[in-house]
Ligand binder design. Structure first.
Ligand SMILES: Cc1cc2nc3c(=O)[nH]c(=O)nc-3n(C[C@H](O)[C@H](O)[C@H](O)COP(=O)(O)OP(=O)(O)OC[C@H]3O[C@@H](n4cnc5c(N)ncnc54)[C@H](O)[C@@H]3O)c2cc1C
Length: 221
């Protein structure tokens, strides 16, 4: 994109950098897992602050998971049931309660098995979560709306200072709307860019491949 400033994310040989677009709970969880695994993570969020829908979810009591549901839950999402089964096997209700406890938030179980933070609200959990991500070196860039790809196949973000282009080794899209589909530009496995190099006699392909698209499965959805 003409006129876009270029902000190349610091790259080191030993820590590939990953751009996560969308700082809802899905993006935050992806940031946690990748930063724990030693990746340099930059989170880009369109809004002035992260996880606004998550905070809204907490207004009437954040029902974060359900101790009783299992098959009954996954069967509600037939198209992704096998993936959900694997995910819940690795990070199920008990693990979520433990994860909250590690962030200083105790879980309480309601009569129907629904699990809530004791304060019912999402804000204490979010505050502790963001602090932990920051301590793991995750860089959060708010007011950065992903707007597509540049002519050089970098990511373009609209910011209050104008458009910028950003390079990263991999991109993860966590734009929300898990139940309503996502733009095809963010389909996992899609090659978003390639072009022959004008300097080289050999055609040189520059590619970026969408590695993943993630979303948070709200247990009330
Ligand atoms: C009133 C209400 C109550 C709810 N109650 C519960 C509940 O009790 N329990 C529960 O589990 N769930 C609940 N939910 C659902 C829960 O909020 C969602 O499941 C969850 O927020 C989805 O997380 P996500 O990260 O996939 O998407 P989102 O939370 O939607 O996050 C996506 C992020 O991507 C950003 N984004 C989008 N496009 C761009 C772009 N182009 N560039 C940069 N950033 C972008 C958005 O601004 C947003 O911050 C509730 C929802 C609502 C509205």
């Amino acid at each position: 994109m003409a006129g876009a400033r270029r902000a190349s994310i610091a790259m080191t040989e030993h820590s590939p950098n990953v751009a996560i677009i969308g700082a809802g709970p899905a993006g935050l969880m992806a940031a946690e897992i990748l930063s724990d695994a030693g990746y340099a993570v930059s989170l880009y969020e369109a809004m002035p602050s992260p996880a606004r829908k998550f905070l809204m979810a907490g207004k009437s009591g954040l029902n974060i998971t359900n101790m009783r549901e299992g098959e009954a839950f996954t069967s509600r999402f037939p198209s992704v049931a096998p993936m959900l089964k694997t995910a819940l096997g690795e990070f199920g209700p008990a693990a979520i309660a433990e994860w909250m406890r590690a962030l200083g938030v105790e879980a309480t179980i309601g009569p129907t098995g629904r699990v809530f933070p004791v304060q019912m609200k999402a804000s204490p959990l979010l505050r502790a979560w963001l602090a932990r991500l920051q301590s793991h070196g995750v860089q959060l860039h708010t007011r950065h709306r992903w707007a597509g790809w540049s002519d050089d196949f970098d990511m373009i973000f609209d910011t209050p200072e104008g458009p910028i282009s950003v390079q990263s080794d991999a991109q993860i899209f966590a734009l929300g709307g898990g139940s309503s589909g996502q733009p095809s530009e963010t389909r996992p496995g899609k090659t978003v860019a390639f072009k022959p190099s004008p300097q080289s006699s050999k055609p040189e392909r520059r590619e970026a491949r969408i590695v993943a698209r993630v979303w948070w499965v709200g247990c009330l959805q």
